[in-house]
Design a protein around this ligand. Structure first.
Ligand code: CA
Length: 407
């Protein structure tokens, strides 16, 4: 096994694809026995892995370090933007009957379920484009987390064999999350439910199954029906920020004694409930007291920015007050429509950045750097923010005789 993996890694150079395929085949043969022990019949294993080839690009992603540190307000600006709020409200209306039955069964409210759906897969519009079996098989045969990915591969094969899913066109993120809920296969196996009653747990094609499975996940993570996830607060001058953090829980009365109020100045409710203080941008930024349900949301993706995005989107979907305290920046983040607008302005100035798809990649960042330098904006860091957008809008455009900047 170890030898096969090494051989595979060594052979992944494009010139050695025949060797790579041989090493991969050898690895699959080894996995076939392991899969059988894990409950995947060999015939099913063969049927689903017969035509697979390795995809070296997922191994690069496994070890990739983020190129940029994204400020939390940039994450949130894209995840909780006007488009996602408007579409979320549409989804609440369109699936109202299903969401009502989901709440009856799992005690999770429609706005929360739809907010998770919106952040995870943009309401089923973004599932990931990588062939799922190929990615998981590659990661099972090389790289630093083979045993983890083997478990995920076997879980997926069992789901396919059971008829829950169709292998046809099955795609997801490079790491194996897929479908409306972006579950990993092992989570899918544990949590997914058949809510439309067709006998299959299908989180790719059935929105009812997906919404119910999301609620089931939150319920199993300790969701308390009828409780909010948390609420925005204000901290007093000179507050000891070392008390903040999701795991640092205190009674609401304790926070109140320390001078914390609701953001509108009203006292924090004097309930016998524990809460954590969130200060994702430090004392100068917005503050929230997060209750038990925030932890349930957090468990979905184990990232503070993601959990906060879901929580804040759910507030928007239930018409709760939007965030009051601004982020501590003079250059706020952009929603996806504004990112596309920025890209169209860059294209109009002659930057060859491809399509204005709202995704800020290397080409867009490079073009922004060029424009920041031309306009004397500091720092010229390639970040897609409000300042560069405003500076490029027509009212700010340089005289027409200035030649556009090429790439
Ligand atoms: Ca179903």
């Amino acid at each position: 096994m170890k030898f096969a993996a090494l051989l595979l890694l060594a052979a992944l150079a494009p010139t050695a694809s025949a060797t790579a395929d041989a090493a991969f085949s050898h690895c699959l043969q080894t996995l076939r026995g392991k899969a059988s022990a894990a409950g995947v019949p060999p015939a099913a294993f063969d049927a689903y892995t017969r035509d697979l080839s390795p995809d070296p690009s997922v191994l690069e992603l496994l070890d990739a370090q983020p190129e940029f540190t994204t400020p939390i307000w940039d994450y949130l600006a894209a995840l909780v933007d006007s488009r996602r709020i408007a579409q979320g409200r549409e989804m609440l209306a369109r699936h109202a009957e299903t969401l009502e039955r989901v709440e009856e069964k799992y005690r999770v409210d429609p706005a929360t379920v739809v907010a998770v759906w919106g952040v995870e897969s943009d309401y089923g519009q973004v599932f990931g484009k990588r062939p799922l079996l190929q990615s998981l098989a590659t990661l099972s045969c090389a790289g630093r987390r083979q045993s983890f990915f083997q478990g995920e591969l076997f879980a997926l094969l069992k789901l396919l064999h059971a008829g829950d899913l169709s292998a046809d066109g099955l795609a997801g993120s490079w790491a194996g999350a897929f479908g409306h809920t972006q579950f990993m296969p092992s989570t899918y196996a544990r949590i997914a439910v058949d809510f439309d009653g067709d006998g299959r747990r299908d989180l790719v094609s059935s929105i009812a199954d997906a919404l119910a499975s999301t609620a089931h996940y939150l319920q199993r993570s300790g969701w308390r029906g009828g409780e909010p996830w948390g609420f925005e607060v204000r901290i007093p001058e000179g507050f000891d920020v070392s008390l903040a953090g999701r795991k640092n829980k205190r009674a609401l009365a304790d926070w109140s004694e320390r001078g914390i109020t609701r953001v509108d100045g009203e006292p924090v409710p004097n309930a016998d409930v524990k809460a954590a203080l969130l200060l994702p941008a430090g004392a100068a930024g917005p503050a929230w007291l997060a209750l038990r349900n925030y932890d349930a949301i957090y468990s979905y993706n184990a990232a503070e920015s993601y959990a906060l995005a879901i929580a804040l989107l759910s507030d928007q979907l239930r018409d709760a007050p939007a965030q009051q305290t601004p982020w501590p920046t003079d250059d706020p983040g952009l929603g996806r429509d504004e990112r596309q607008q920025l890209q169209r302005l860059l294209l109009a100035r002659g930057h060859a950045i491809g399509e204005a798809d709202g995704l800020i990649g290397t080409l867009t960042r490079r073009a922004i750097v060029v424009e920041q330098q031309r306009l004397g904006l500091e720092p010229a860091d390639g970040r897609a923010g409000r300042k560069i957008l405003d500076a490029l809008l027509p009212a700010h455009t340089e005289p027409a005789n200035e030649s556009p900047v090429g790439e």
